[in-house]
Design a protein. Structure first.
Length: 281
């Protein structure tokens, strides 16, 4: 299947309904989620058998596969496509007024708030320290902004972890890391790391401190202070908030991050976001 064809196939409501019905079956019975032709047609609510068979045929082989024991189930690609449909990623996203969170900014200590606009969830303080990324509308509609924020923290951590392995969070294309320093004068920070996908163009703006959150020395220091950095939202940790790093050298480029409960652990990264110097755990 070439670029664009997948969107064309899913544009029809009957085909989207087939994906939803097969996703429901997968949720009801993860071990044996296959549905017979007649049962699938009944769940979709299609009255014209021939037309239903036509739309099913368009999905078969890519989004839908025939099960060994008979019937139909989602393929691996179909599972992802159904998740996008059910997550509302192709719907008009709702608007949500900002809500104040219980957490405080790890950089300045000001209260944090969450907002949702044009499909992007933002967590920030009044001083502009914050993060924003796309979140499916269904997550906000079902769980509210506060509930969506918990998943947002995990999503961003996971996206950065994938990018550090060189894989794009969207298409698994190759990600190339660079240090972005050509910022507008009004930007609140001087630089950030920019992993960018060579296939789909997806990119992330990553503060240097986010790249040391899982370092054994930092994890141990916070553990000794009674803090589990895996459970704390990363925007409440000083080192991971934009602006908590300095350019220590130009040639070769070295970025210094002061981190830890007392800010006394120094990590040094190169221009490709590799940690080249760090405290002993």
């Amino acid at each position: 299947m070439t670029g664009g064809d997948g969107f064309d196939l899913l544009a029809d409501e009957t085909r989207a309904a087939i994906l939803r019905a097969l996703a429901d079956a997968r949720r009801e019975d993860p071990v044996d989620p296959a549905l017979s032709f007649s049962e699938l047609r009944r769940r979709v609510g299609a009255t014209d058998s021939g037309r239903f068979n036509y739309h099913l045929g368009k999905l078969r082989g890519h989004f839908v596969t025939e099960a060994d024991g008979g019937g139909y189930r989602l393929s691996a690609v179909g599972v992802r496509a159904a998740g996008s449909v059910l997550g509302g990623e192709f719907d008009d996203p709702p608007e949500r007024d900002p809500v104040e969170l219980d957490d405080h900014c790890g950089r300045c200590g000001d209260p944090l708030a969450a907002s949702y606009e044009r499909g992007r969830l933002t967590v920030s303080c009044g001083n502009g320290h914050g993060f924003a990324d796309a979140v499916p509308p269904a997550a906000v509609e079902e769980h509210g902004l506060e509930g969506a924020v918990d998943a947002f923290d995990a999503k961003l951590r996971g996206d950065v972890a994938l990018a550090r392995r060189g894989a794009c969070p969207l298409c698994h294309g190759e990600m190339t890391w660079s240090l972005e320093r050509d910022l507008p004068d009004e930007a609140p920070i001087d630089f950030f790391y920019l992993p960018a996908c060579g296939r789909c163009g997806h990119n992330l703006g990553v503060p240097p401190g986010m790249l040391v959150l899982d370092h054994p020395a930092l994890v141990a220091a916070y553990r000794d202070a009674g803090v589990d950095v895996r459970e704390r939202p990363f925007w409440t940790l000083d080192c991971s908030v934009p602006g908590a790093a300095d350019l220590a050298a130009e040639d070769p480029v070295r970025v210094a991050v002061d981190a830890g409960p007392d800010g006394d652990l120094e990590f040094v990264l190169d221009d490709s976001a590799n940690v080249v110097d760090a405290p002993e755990p």
